[in-house]
Design a binder for this molecule. Sequence first.
Ligand code: EPZ
Length: 418
Amino acid sequence: MDKFIIEGGRPLYGEVEIQAAKNAVLPLLAASILTDERVIIHRCPRIRDVLNMIQILNELGCRTSFERETLVIDSADAANHEIPSALAKELRSSIFMLGSVIARFGKARIAYPGGCDIGLRPVDLHLKGLKSLHVRIEEEGGYINCACDRLNGADILLDCPSVGATENIILASVKGEGTTVVRNAAKEPEICDLQNFLNKMGAKISGGGTSTIRIEGVKRLHGVEYTPMPDRIEAGTFLIAAAMCGGELEIKGVFADNIAALLHKLREISCKITVKNDKIYIKGGGVRKSLRMIETMPYPGFPTDLQAPITALACICEGATVIVENLFETRFKHVPELIRMGADITVRGRAAFVRGVPVLHGADLVAGDLRGGAALTLAAVSAEGKSTVTDLSHIDRGYSGFEYKLAGVGAKIRRIRV
Ligand code: EPZ
């Protein structure tokens, strides 16, 4: 097991290059089996979720090669429609393999997916959407068995704007008969990236980024070479790091519009932020006015994936902050660890009430999930004194070279194997 050793309390200065977005790359990997021609993905982050997804593709019979940051997928010989349960449990996003595996083979078998322990993570909207496309679904013994003679277009209204369900329906219907309309669709930028990727392969999809997406089924999709969008959550994590530690960071290769909700809050607490093309400059430190209220919402509201990092920031802002987590049931696992660093937080249900303290002090911390682990690392880098962070497997799911990027801008952090 690895752990971080951190000496906190130093300001951060320098540049951070943002990786391609984990939550864009994963659906693109699922989409890659919709053609038997070669798919090339550039700037692919070498993170555990991507490596697990590549393993799933290999189990389906794809040939993959991953040199530096270029991933090549050749699914001409793919023939297996069963997603191995160990991998499906490891990876939440395995669920949107369903749509593309059914579209490719006319059937699919998958164990109920795993992922971060941040809530119930139901898949009812995925299954309802697939049933609307005439997929027959049986759930037995923890497995989901799907079969379909022909995927017919449908008009689908989602009960809530689920990112994964929206992506699954797009993947299942892109080569279906007729037209599919998804209403109350998720509007996250990663959906637009999937639409762009598939349209480059010959699909006919429109409306990505709005709540109504139209997919006109096409007969074939051809190979593609693609560079996914930057990771807005990684970018937000480093912006919050600057706000917590002080100093000046240049965040390179990010679309500021994709994290407008965060930039708005950081400016409110008096961070100096300027945007120039695909770079964001932030000057943090000094006074941190109260954040007052953070409510996580579907895009373009405040992203749930930045809730844990901004909760860490709230701990050292002036006054009180109320943080409401509207999307997931148990996404406050980082709170008890922050309290051990001297934070003053009370959680009631989906709300955390934070009273700011001047500074946190170092402690031995345990990461409980991906974004909570990142939040604890930021808290330790900003705190006075020495900290350790264990169970880094969560962080390694979504951040490529997290400690190197922090050390590269002045944090005293290193990883040791224990
Ligand atoms: C995606 O998860 C992201 N993961 C999550 O990022 C992100 O937090 C989430 O979208 C919200 O933005 C990937 O893209 C791989 P949802 P997903 O379906 O698709 C309810 C990270 O840290 N729901 O939009 O699983 C669900 O309970 C991860 O990078 C149903 O009720 O999220 C939740 O309350 C964590 N039924 C809400 O929708 C369903 O069938 C949003 O979930 C599906 C979802």
